[in-house]
Design a protein around this ligand. Structure first.
Ligand SMILES: C[S@@+](CC[C@H](N)C(=O)[O-])C[C@H]1O[C@@H](n2cnc3c(N)ncnc32)[C@H](O)[C@@H]1O
Length: 418
């Protein structure tokens, strides 16, 4: 029987990866949003496949003690798809993420481990943290966010998880005719930038923002060109300043870069004179810390595929001649640069993880320590299983709430060679 568009009364079970909880209806799995484990809810079915249903909890019959009223008026069924857990206390959100990481490790890597998700300093209450916000634009130029699993756009006049400096730009209170999307960036060095993605090569009318900001045009395939201002942002971590061009990668939570750098260095334990690799190095955040620690007798080799990030990394590491950054995809560049060994390896891949070939190539370096930074516990767990086959044991793992109110979680894992 098709139950799409039906309402189901469900008892909600455990959390699943992606901001869902799992329930059952007549033997079929139902992935439910806007619910919490243990609740009794009425859920509206939003999608039906042969194997499972998706549904939104639209009425809460028996609430969880962890339930709160979402602080954002745009959070909830059929509205903004940006946040997943606005209806849970922050402690409950972190416990849910810990359960997800533990479950992925158990299911995909056969690792049983208690996980604690730690707060990242800089966003008390879990609001006002996002220093890079991607808005979608409606055909008339009004900004908003995509609804969950939909192309529809929920217009907004403010975003509560956006950093106050992003909100200060006021992008969503202006119209952007001709734009398909607008990213607003506020850096810790005090710079603002907007990256505008045009709708099918039509000219975009860029409004005057409420703060001075560089304007960049997104030309697709990761290429941006400055249209006003330099388009270069300054980010500060401790005493060090990093330049980041346009929409190049930088952690979005204001406390995440420093927190992750500290966690990576504590696990990597670099010693003077060692030879370290920073794979997927971005603009050189970890390479800088590693290079300071290994000193002039040591060496750090960074690999990064994005040309602008490589230029930024080289500028950021100019005072550390023991650090070298090259452009290339990790999949081929380790061979191209004839990298055969390392004392320690740091990897920080995108959400897709390392994949089997890179796991094998990294393992072939026979480094005693590998530190794996991951924004997706599923691909992390998959890769840990492959690393285990190649003799690398998970020694320790920390998880960080670098994305409060959403289902995302950042992990740092230490692997040691048996
Ligand atoms: C999660 S970011 C990490 C950046 C850096 N470690 C940091 O913390 O700022 C991943 C980086 O990997 C780069 N990247 C993506 N795929 C890659 C590949 N196949 N080979 C090398 N770099 C890649 C991206 O451009 C991005 O800068």
């Amino acid at each position: 029987m098709r139950v799409e568009q039906a309402s189901l009364e469900l008892t909600v079970g455990p959390v699943a990866h992606g901001g869902w909880c799992v329930a059952r209806h007549e033997g079929r799995v139902v992935f439910v949003r806007h619910a919490l484990p243990g609740e009794r809810v009425v859920a509206a079915v939003t999608e039906e496949t042969t194997r499972f249903l998706r549904a939104d909890a639209v009425e809460i019959l028996e609430p969880s003690p962890d339930r709160v009223t979402p602080p954002c008026p745009y959070a909830g069924p059929g509205r903004c798809g940006g946040c997943d857990w606005q209806h849970a206390t922050l402690d409950a959100q972190r416990a849910l993420k810990a359960d997800v990481v533990a479950e992925q490790l158990r299911r995909l890597a056969g690792i049983d481990r208690k996980i604690v998700v730690e707060e990242v300093p800089g966003a008390p209450g879990g609001l006002g943290w996002r220093t890079r916000v991607q808005f979608a634009a409606r055909p008339g130029g009004e900004l908003g966010f995509r609804k969950h699993r939909s192309h529809d756009i929920q217009p907004v006049d403010a975003c509560l998880i956006a950093h106050p400096e992003v909100e200060a730009a006021g992008a969503e209170r202006h119209e952007w005719p001709g734009a398909a999307g607008v990213e607003v960036i506020a850096s810790s060095g005090g710079d603002h930038a907007v990256v505008v993605r045009p709708r099918s090569h039509r000219p975009v009318a860029v409004p005057d923002l409420d703060v001075p900001a560089s304007v960049l045009l997104d030309q697709g395939k990761g290429r941006t060109v400055p249209r006003r201002g330099s388009g270069v942002l300054r980010e500060r971590v401790g005493d060090r300043e990093f330049r980041v061009s346009g929409s190049g990668f930088w952690q979005v939570h204001p406390g995440a870069a420093e927190t992750l750098l500290d966690a990576v260095l504590a696990y990597a334990a670099p010693e003077p004179g060692e030879w370290a690799l920073d794979l997927y190095c971005g603009v050189g955040l970890f390479a800088a810390g590693l290079a300071e620690a290994v000193g002039p007798e040591g060496a750090v080799f960074g690999l990064e595929s994005d040309a602008a990030a490589v230029r930024d990394a080289r500028a950021n590491l100019r005072d550390l001649p023991q650090a070298r950054v090259e452009r290339g995809r990790v999949e081929e560049a380790l061979d191209r640069f004839q990298i055969e060994r390392a004392d320690l390896v740091v990897v920080d891949p995108p959400r897709t993880g390392l994949g089997r070939d890179v796991v094998d190539r990294v393992a072939s370096l026979e480094a005693p320590r590998v530190v794996y930074v991951s924004c997706d516990p599923a691909t992390l767990a998959r890769d840990l299983a492959w690393l285990a086959e190649r003799g690398y044991r998970l020694d320790d793992l920390r998880a960080f709430d670098a994305f409060p109110m959403t289902h995302h979680v950042e992990c740092v894992a230490l692997l040691v060679r048996e």
